[in-house]
Structures are given as C-alpha cells and as structure tokens.
Design a protein around this ligand. Structure first.
Ligand code: TAP
Length: 475
C-alpha cells in the first residue's frame, strides 16, 4: 500500500546567501585574481552565488598567511588553548546547524534529513572529538612530544562538503598545523560559511584559509613549495596525479580515493534488515559516497526473495526536493555527474545486464536520476568494476563464502565492505579476508569520529578519524 505525503519543505529563510563571495585568507574575505564562477542549486539550476576563483598568487598569499600563523601563533600555542578554539567551533556548528544543513542541501542537492541528521551532527562530533585530543597528543602513539607538520594543503570533493572539511581541518588544527583548504567547485558555500564561523570563534587569522576554485586552484595548492602536508579526498585519477606531483618532495601525503564496495548478504541474514542496509548503502546521498555498497553480492539461494523485497522497498523511496523533509533521494550534484551516471547505466544495459527502476516522477528542471538496480551482472561488466558514484546498484550472486570473498576482492579498490549474516564467526572470518579499510557487519555507512577510515589499493593511503587520524598531521 502506498502513502501520499504532503509536502514538508524546510524553510530556506534561515540562510542568508550573499550574491558574491571572496576568498578567506588571513582571517578576512578578499577578492580573488582568477575569473569568478557561479555555484548553482542542482535541484533547480538556480544560481545561488558568484564565487571568487583563487589563482596561483591567491594560493600563495593563503599559504603565506598559514605559514605566519603556524610559526607565530598556532604552532607555539599550548594544546589546551588550541582545544578551546576547537570546542568553540564545535559548539557554534551545533548552534548554527540548521543554517549549515539548509545551505548544504541547497548547494549540494542532498536531502535535508541527511544533512540535518547525519552530515552536520557528524561534523560537530569531529570537532568535539579532536578538540579532546589537542592537549593529549603525547598519547597519540607518536612519541612523548609529537610536533605538527606545518602548513597543510587540503583538497576535498563535493559529495560531503562540510563533513570532508571537518575530517581534514579538525585533526590538522588539533595537532597544531594551519590549513589552506580548497572546496570542490560545485559546493563552495558551506566552506565559506565555516570561514565565518572561524571569525565568530575568534580563531587567529591565518589558521584556516579557504581558497575556492576549480582543479587548477587545487593543483596550485598541492604543488606550492610552502605546503608541508597534502591531504586529498577525491577521485583515484586526480589522486594519482597528486601523488606524481609531490613525488620527490618532502611533503607528507594522505589520499582518500574512490571505491566499489561489496555488500555481501548470506542466506542466514535477516533479509528485511539487510534490505534497509542495502538501500542505505547505495541510495544514501544519491550514491555519491566513496564507500557506497555499489555491488550487492547475494547468496544464490535467497537472491529471488531478497530482490523481491528490495524492489518493494525501492518503490517507496521518494525522489525530489532536497529541502522537503520527506525526501529520501535528492538531486545529482551536477550535470557532468548525471551524464556519467547515465553513460555507465547505458553501458550496463548494452553489456546485457537487466535494468530496473521503480516508477517515479522526476522533476523537470535540475539533475535527477531514479534509484536503479541491475541484475544479471557479471564481474566483467563495467558497472561491476567502475565507480558510478550515483544511485545505481549492481547485483551479483554467489554460492559459497569463498566465492563471495573472491568476488568482493576482485576490484582495484578497497575502501569498504558489508557483511550480512547472523553468525558472528562468519562476520569475523569475512572481515579478515575482505581487503577493505572498513567492514561493516549487519549495518552499512556508519561514521564515527573515533573510528579510522581509509583504503587499500587504489582507494588510497592514510587514515582519517580516530587516533590514527592524528598520525597524518604529526611528525
Ligand atoms: P575529483 O575530481 O578528484 O575532485 C576532488 C577535488 O580535487 C575537487 O576539489 C577538485 O576540484 C580538485 N581537483 C581536480 N583536479 C585537481 C588537480 N589536478 N590537482 C588538485 N586538485 C584537483 O573528485 P570529485 O569528482 O570531486 O569526487 C568524487 C570522487 O571522490 C569519487 O571518486 C569518490 O569516490 C571520491 N571520494 C572519496 C572519498 C574517500 S574518503 N575515499 C570521499 C569522498 C569522495 P573541482 O571541484 O574543481 O573539480
């Protein structure tokens, strides 16, 4: 039985979007020297604001501001004092959480219930968590008096704009580094609101600098000689280019790249619960998730039953206005990403996989893609190998646990995996055999600041989160 939902839009009046934004350098908003660019709402294609582009000279000014702040203020400051700033930032994030959530949904296209209930609370949690470490770094496992690295150049993607910012900035600052961060071109607005929060927290000028722009700005940042540490989250392709660019320098690097996670369902799994985990694994955030469970591996004996349940559940997903509190699946972040999802889905069909989506009305403006699954997928299909980064699930089957392991690990990536079974011993055995940085058992896409996150193989190197996340920012 279906239900009709009355619209329940979150008001956008809480955010005050300025017509144009400068760069945040040395504690102030300044004009950029590059060509400014527009950021739009992917749900409506409405222009939200004009944003400055940082060229090489702007990046240079930001790195120099970060260096001064590192040497004169932030580096020498006792950890207990740095902690106070981080706690203050965390509390302001909580106080302004509705504003941050609405702005994130507007600029990114993700549903408000996700930005409100997952992204922003996790962002605050990261700042609280690393604030707690700032005066306890001698217990981080890096010696009695671990030192910061200096200036961190950080480049982040568009799928979790604020959360990726928090993953990068909170541990860097806790350890005594200063940062220059480049948000993604399509989602700069919440990083700029975060810059205002730094001002509100009286963070000393130059400790956090935000340079907006496109790939060239990111390239200028990671290539800058004054950057001691490069932290990048994004595609494997750009990650490789960055690794090449910093090879031979003494910069420290962490790379968090793509994924093609297997979500493995055994015949003894609680199937209704598994269906919720599969849906959360691939349709959360429109599937724009590096650790998305984009390959469902289901044991053959329960495949038909599970697929019937999954299709029924997918038919209840509501696609539409990101600001509506009932929405499950929002807009695809950009026309470019939509084209990529469409291309790979068409390739899936032409290679012989069976495509299915529930009936759903998509809005006529903006960028949309229905929740989609492919059955009859073989390991050779491109939709089983390549990261689609959209709401598209590839379903494969297996007969034995060793076949499941073999298929799950048959990927150049290794970021995450899921296991669904009622046997604890099987969970442990699978977790030991799966080559993935995170293995979830009877759940999926759970994030916690105390837990390290990162990849194997082409999913990158280094860990973010937890005590391990400090290592990336300490000598
Ligand atoms: P990318 O195209 O790699 O972009 C990531 C960031 O790098 C953006 O800010 C981008 O700027 C910038 N950039 C582009 N070219 C650059 C260059 N040559 N040098 C330095 N910076 C450069 O990825 P995306 O499309 O934004 O994000 C999707 C990818 O990120 C997926 O593969 C996904 O799996 C991965 N991802 C991984 C994780 C983790 S934790 N492993 C988390 C989220 C996303 P522009 O915005 O202007 O392009």
């Amino acid at each position: 039985m279906g239900f009709e939902y009355a619209p329940a839009p979150e008001s956008r009046s809480i955010v005050d979007i300025k017509p144009s934004y400068g760069l945040f350098v040395n504690g102030e908003f300044v004009d950029g020297h590059g060509k400014s660019f527009k950021t739009i709402s992917p749900a409506t294609e409405e222009v939200l604001a004009e944003v400055a582009e940082a060229d090489e000279s702007d990046v240079d000014a930001a790195v120099k501001a970060a260096r001064r702040a590192y040497e004169k203020v932030w580096g020498p400051m006792p950890g207990r004092e740095r902690a106070k700033y981080l706690y203050r930032i965390a509390r302001i994030i909580q106080e302004r959480s509705r504003e941050l959530a609405v702005l994130e949904s507007l600029d990114n296209g993700k549903p408000i219930k996700e930005s409100r209930d997952v992204d922003v609370p996790t962002v605050a949690a990261h700042f609280f968590y690393y604030a707690g470490w700032a005066d306890k770094l001698e217990y981080a496992g890096r010696g009695a008096d671990p030192r910061p690295l200096g200036v961190a150049g950080q480049v982040i993607p568009w799928n979790f704009p604020l959360l990726m910012l928090a993953w990068k900035i909170a541990p860097a600052l806790a350890c005594g580094n200063t940062v220059v961060l480049k948000p993604a071109e399509t989602t700069p607005l919440t990083a700029l609101l975060f810059a205002e929060i730094c001002q509100q927290a009286d963070l000393p000028p130059g400790v956090v600098n935000i340079v907006t722009g496109a790939g060239a700005t990111g390239q200028a940042l990671v290539g800058h000689a004054g950057v001691d540490k490069v932290a990048f989250t994004g595609s494997t392709e750009v990650g490789k280019a960055i690794a090449r660019a910093v090879a031979g320098t003494d910069k420290k690097v962490t790379l968090e790249l793509g994924g093609k996670a297997a979500n493995v369902v055994f015949d003894d799994a609680p199937l209704d619960q598994a269906v919720e985990g599969i849906v959360n694994g691939i349709f959360f955030n429109q599937g724009h998730v590096c650790c998305a469970g984009s390959r469902l591996l289901v044991q053959e004996s329960v495949a038909d039953e599970l697929l019937a349940k999954l299709k029924r559940r997918m038919s209840t997903l509501r696609v539409g206005d990101p600001l509506d509190k009932n929405t499950d699946i929002g807009a695809i972040n950009s026309a470019e990403q939509l084209a990529k999802i469409r291309d790979l889905s068409e390739i899936g069909e032409s290679e012989g996989a069976g495509r299915w989506s529930p009936a759903c009305d998509l809005p006529t403006t903006g960028f949309w893609f229905p929740p989609t699954l492919f059955t009859g997928v073989s390991q050779a299909h491109r939709i089983a190998r390549e990261e689609i980064f959209g709401p598209v699930l590839s379903v494969l089957t297996f007969r034995t646990p060793s076949e499941a392991v073999e298929k799950a690990n048959n990927t150049p990536y290794g970021l995450s995996a899921g296991v669904w079974t009622e046997k604890g011993s099987r969970i442990l055995s699978m977790a030991n055999q799966l080559r993935a940085g995170v293995v979830w058992a009877n759940t999926f896409n759970k994030f916690d600041p105390t837990s390290p996150f990162g990849g194997f193989k082409e999913s990158g190197y280094g860990r973010e989160g937890g005590r391990h996340g400090l290592e990336a920012y300490l000598k």
